[in-house]
Design a protein around this ligand. Structure first.
Ligand SMILES: Nc1ncnc2c1ncn2[C@@H]1O[C@H](COP(=O)(O)OP(=O)(O)OP(=O)(O)O)[C@@H](O)[C@H]1O
Length: 260
């Protein structure tokens, strides 16, 4: 519970950590995402950003610390359970199915959303087995992502940017409360990048909470209210995009990295 707002955070990690054979990939990170907030996660290559997402989604089990989703501890639950609870994600490397159309990808996500017994008896957060997503209907979702015209095309034959947009559409079909995006703007041109940024703002205005990893600072500035910087697996600072851009600790972290 946030002492200032009195609201329960959608996501809260406390002292979250994992090590791989002596490498402290994530080392005691506290992170909060409030309802409807877009939080950016930045840091040099190898800082631990994707590993943090993998801890939040349950791909990895933490060596210490906690993950709470909507006020309830979820560390220890399986990734599929967290997805059903309302945590959806996209990946740094595009993961689409060969031979499947755009529309089929969204339908598969929709069908995986509920256990069969539950979709017969109830609906969750205003959506059941009726085909609704965060953006209303599937056509509305695909239209918002500029994919409706391409709905019958084989997904892997789309442009790289369109494939990334499809991953977001697919994640939205899970009707999440928290959307985790790993470099959503990678491979997109400037126009596509800004359209996706505006879409993310729109989603947050509809109440969706978003945690995103991104290196593209104009994109981060346009979408995120708060940015958290991690370096060597540790929380370095949090602030507005403007505060982050000016902070000497952040500049130093990036300059100190070989490949940034
Ligand atoms: N499964 C794993 N086994 C061993 N080491 C790992 C594993 N996953 C991540 N690491 C290590 O953890 C550290 C953090 O990696 P991670 O991919 O989380 O960084 P990142 O901030 O997402 O980097 P990038 O911006 O390059 O994607 C790196 O040193 C990486 O090599």
């Amino acid at each position: 519970m946030n002492a200032t707002t009195g609201r329960t955070a959608v996501l809260e990690t406390r002292d979250l950590a994992i090590e791989f054979g002596g490498i402290h990939a994530v080392d005691g990170v506290d992170l909060v995402v409030e309802p409807g907030q877009v939080v950016g996660l930045i840091g040099p290559n190898g800082a631990g950003k994707t590993t943090l997402l993998n801890l939040i989604t349950g791909v990895y089990t933490p060596s210490r610390g906690e993950v709470a989703f909507a006020g309830k501890r979820v560390d220890g639950t399986a990734p599929y359970q967290r997805a059903r609870d309302g945590i959806a994600r996209t990946f740094q490397n595009i993961r689409l199915f060969k031979g499947m159309t755009v529309l089929e990808h969204v339908h598969v996500a929709l069908e995986s959303r509920e256990p069969a017994w539950r979709s017969l008896t109830s609906f969750r957060r205003g959506a059941g087995a009726d085909g609704t997503t965060v953006l209303g209907t599937i056509p509305a979702t695909l239209t918002a992502l500029g994919l409706w015209e391409d709905r019958d095309r084989i997904a892997t034959e789309l442009s790289y940017g369109a494939q990334r947009r499809l991953e977001i559409a697919r994640a939205l079909a899970l009707q999440p409360r928290l959307l985790l995006l790993d470099e959503p703007a990678a491979g997109m041109n400037d126009d596509e990048t800004m359209k996706v940024a505006d879409l993310i703002r729109d989603l947050s205005e509809r109440g969706l909470s978003v945690l995103l990893i991104e290196h593209n600072m104009p994109f981060v500035s346009r979408t995120c209210e708060v940015v958290t910087v991690i370096n060597f697996g540790k929380h370095l600072m949090s602030g507005t995009p403007e505060e982050i851009r000016k902070d000497p600790r952040v500049l130093e972290a990036y300059l100190g990295a070989d490949d940034e």
